[in-house]
Design a protein around this ligand. Structure first.
Ligand code: NDP
Ligand code: OXD
Length: 309
C-alpha cells in the first residue's frame, strides 16, 4: 500500500519529516514522483490537477489537506465512490478564530479611519460603540463559524449565524435559508463569511447582499475568493454602503499586482493565511483517518460531494 502526497514543494519539505516520524510504516510518495499508480490507496491532496485522482485505480480514501474541499470537488474527473475527508483540526480552528476576532475588532474599533487620521496627522475622536451594541453576522455557522462566534460573544458581540440547515444554539440568533439570509443581513453591522465555496454560495457577497446590510457595515471574507463578486466591492466601499473590508481570500491567488484591491484605503488584505494547515497537528489527524479506513471504521469529517462541502 502506498500514499500519495500532492501539494507544493514547500509543503513537501514541511510534511516529509513529520510523516517519516509519525508513519514510518507507510510508503509515502511525493508528487510528481508517484511510481506505480495501482499501488496508491490513499491520496493526501491540496489543489490536485484534474484527472490525477481518477488515474489512481485502487484509491480507498482522499484526504483534502485543508478545511475547505472546493479544490478537490472542482475536479470534473473526480472518481465517484471514493470517500473524501477534510481536515478538522482544533489548531486551525483557533487560528481562524484569532483572525476573525482581530478583523472584527479592527472594523468595530474603526482602525481604518484612525490609520487614515494618523497618516493625515489628525488628532480627533470618533464616536465608538461597545461590542455589546455591535451585531455581527457569520455566514457559515459550522466548525469555524461557531468557534469564532463563541470567541466574539465572549468579548460581548451580539452574534448571529447563518447555516444551510436550521440550528438552535443557545446564546446565538440562528438563521437558515434565503429568508433567514435577508433577516441576518439586515442586522449585521459586521458580516463574516466562513462558508464553503459551493454552487449555492458562489457570489453570495454581492451588491444585492451589501444593499441589505445596515449602511456602513464592515465585511470580513475568510471563506473563499469566489464568495465575493469582486466588481461589487469597491463601488459599495466608495458609496459608503460598506465602511471597510478585510479579505484573506480573493478570486485569483496570488492577487495580481495591478488589482485595485491592493491600494484601496478601505481594504485590508492578507495572503490566505487566516488558518493555514498546520502539519504537526494535521499529520496526526491524517494518520488516524488512515487507521480508521484500514480498520473498516466510518470516516470522520467526510465530505458530501452532492452538497459540495
Ligand atoms: P463546515 O462544513 O464545518 O461549516 C460550513 C458551514 O456553512 C455550515 O454551517 C453549513 O451549514 C454552512 N453552509 C454551507 N452551504 C450553505 C448554504 N448554501 N447556505 C447556508 N449555509 C451554508 O466548514 P468549516 O467551518 O470547517 O470551514 C468553512 C470554510 O472556511 C471552508 O470551506 C473554507 O472555504 C474556509 N476556510 C478558509 C481558511 C483560510 O485560511 N482563509 C482556512 C480554513 C477554511 P450546515 O451547518 O447547515 O451544514
Ligand atoms: C483551508 C484553507 O481550506 O486553508 O484549509 O483555505
Amino acid at each position: 500500500m502506498a500514499i500519495l502526497f500532492r501539494s507544493t514543494p514547500a509543503a513537501v519539505a514541511r510534511w516529509r519529516p513529520l510523516f517519516d516520524q509519525l508513519m514510518p510504516e507507510h510508503e509515502i510518495r511525493y508528487w510528481p514522483e508517484i511510481g506505480d499508480r495501482a499501488a496508491i490507496e490513499y491520496a493526501l491532496v491540496w489543489q490536485p490537477e484534474p484527472g490525477l485522482l481518477a488515474s489512481l485505480p485502487n484509491l480507498k480514501l482522499i484526504v483534502g489537506l485543508g478545511a475547505g474541499v472546493d479544490h478537490v470537488l472542482g475536479d470534473p474527473l473526480l472518481p465517484t465512490g471514493v470517500p473524501i475527508v477534510r481536515l478538522v483540526d482544533p489548531y486551525m480552528t483557533d487560528a481562524m478564530s484569532e483572525y476573525v476576532v482581530l478583523s472584527v475588532l479592527r472594523l468595530h474599533r474603526q482602525d481604518l479611519d484612525y490609520l487614515a487620521q494618523q497618516r493625515a496627522r489628525v488628532w480627533a475622536e470618533r464616536e465608538q460603540k461597545n461590542a455589546t451594541e455591535r451585531p455581527v453576522g457569520i455566514l457559515g455557522f459550522g466548525t469555524l463559524g461557531q468557534d469564532a462566534g463563541r470567541k466574539l460573544k465572549a468579548l460581548g458581540f451580539d452574534v448571529a449565524g447563518w447555516s444551510r440547515g436550521t440550528k438552535a444554539i443557545p446564546g446565538f440568533a440562528c438563521y437558515a435559508g434565503s429568508t433567514g439570509l435577508d433577516a441576518m443581513l439586515a442586522r449585521s453591522e459586521i458580516l463574516v463569511c466562513l462558508l464553503p465555496l459551493t454552487p449555492e454560495t458562489t457570489g453570495i457577497l454581492s451588491a444585492a447582499a451589501f444593499a441589505r446590510l445596515p449602511r456602513g457595515a464592515g465585511l470580513v471574507n475568510v471563506g473563499r475568493g469566489g464568495h465575493l463578486v469582486e466588481a461589487d466591492l469597491i463601488p459599495a466601499l466608495d458609496a459608503g454602503q460598506l465602511s471597510g473590508a478585510v479579505l484573506d481570500v480573493v478570486g485569483a491567488e496570488p492577487l495580481p499586482g495591478d488589482h485595485p484591491f491592493w491600494r484601496h484605503p478601505r481594504i485590508i488584505l492578507t495572503p490566505h493565511i487566516a488558518a493555514e494547515t498546520h502539519p504537526p497537528t494535521a499529520a496526526a489527524i491524517i494518520r488516524e483517518a488512515i487507521r480508521r479506513r484500514e480498520a473498516g471504521l466510518p470516516a470522520e469529517n467526510q465530505v458530501d460531494p452532492a452538497r459540495g462541502y
